[in-house]
Write a protein that binds this ligand. Structure first.
Ligand SMILES: [Fe+2]
Ligand SMILES: [Fe+2]
Ligand SMILES: [Fe+2]
Ligand SMILES: [Fe+2]
Length: 310
């Protein structure tokens, strides 16, 4: 908290901070009961999002650096074991999500997930991170730290920002029509740029890389969802922000976008990580960042409307 944002953070601190956050969320989940099914679902979503991002940055950046730096057989084995533990978490998570949060089984599965993740985080902190400190110098760890944070931002940034704006919009009332209009404009700009870079860069790369029919269906479904958002957005904009109808339309827009972002994060991005290698993902990431800057400078037009937007 008191840390200056300018000061570089070493890789191990970045990863430990993540661990702390996930552990706290898991502890909250454990305290819930069958009677608070909504809260369970919400917490589980948060946990999954955190764990996905954390495991990704470890697998893309930290683990490979560790693997290259260590020499001893035992230390290499730690690397393999860590990957296997991530894999087990990936097996348990969908089971927990599929179980009824109002049932008793949910609590049992949640406890097992918690124990798995806690065991894994502890093994990382007490063994792997110690070995990493011994095998890498300070500068390397700082460099890794900034790469981890950068990648984390990329993985989280857009969806998180839009979710925040949508939540703020939902809290407004008919009496704050100006604020509604302003928030909606911000949401539209973000969504336009985001959908455009996905359709221009990420989605085609995904489509070309996947082999399974299910993954191709995901791609088509994502495009259709963008299309529906494009249909609903002008309706929200055309409705009177001083009316009740505005709130209803805004709520539907929020649910649409949240559903879509969830599906991307939980299905499409996961499949993408399986079929695209780290270098490809990094390359796509930087191409999207660049294109985003261009589009924002051009007034955040939607795909195909760039020329007419200037
Ligand atoms: Fe890990
Ligand atoms: Fe970790
Ligand atoms: Fe999308
Ligand atoms: Fe997206």
């Amino acid at each position: 908290m008191a840390k200056k944002s300018k000061r570089a953070t070493d890789a191990i601190t970045v990863l430990k901070d993540d661990h702390k956050k996930v552990k706290a969320l898991l502890a909250s989940l454990e305290k819930t009961t069958e009677r608070s099914a909504d809260r369970r679902t919400k917490l589980l979503q948060q946990i999954e999002a955190e764990v996905n991002v954390h495991a990704s940055i470890e697998e893309e950046i930290f683990y490979p650096a560790y693997r290259e730096a260590v020499k001893k057989k035992d230390d290499v084995e730690l690397y393999q074991e860590a990957l296997e533990e991530h894999h087990v978490v990936d097996l348990v998570m969908p089971e927990l999500k599929a179980s009824d949060p109002a049932g008793e089984v949910f609590g049992a599965k949640a406890t097992v997930l918690k124990e798995l993740i806690e065991h894994h985080a502890e093994e990382e902190e007490k063994e792997m991170f110690k070995k990493a400190r011994a095998a890498m110098d300070k500068a390397e760890l700082l460099d890794l730290g900034s790469r981890l944070l950068e990648r984390k931002k990329q993985l989280k940034a857009d969806h998180k920002k839009v979710r925040g704006l949508l939540a703020a919009l939902e809290k407004t009332t008919e009496r704050s029509a100006d604020r509604r209009t302003k928030l909606l404009q911000q949401i539209e700009d973000e969504i336009n740029v985001h959908s455009t870079i996905e359709e221009e860069i990420f989605y085609p790369a995904f489509r070309d890389a996947v082999k399974k029919k299910d993954d191709r269906v995901l791609y088509q479904e994502a495009l259709e969802e963008h299309h529906v958002v494009d249909l609903v957005m002008p309706e929200v904009k055309a409705s009177d922000p001083g009316s009740e109808v505005f709130a209803a339309k805004a709520k539907v827009l929020k649910e649409l976008i949240e559903h879509h972002a969830d599906e991307e994060e939980k299905e499409m991005f996961k499949s993408a990580r399986k079929v695209l290698d780290k270098d490809e993902l990094r390359d796509l990431g930087s191409r999207m960042q660049q294109r985003k800057k261009q589009l924002k400078a051009a007034g955040s037009p939607r795909l195909g409307q760039e020329a007419s937007a200037s």
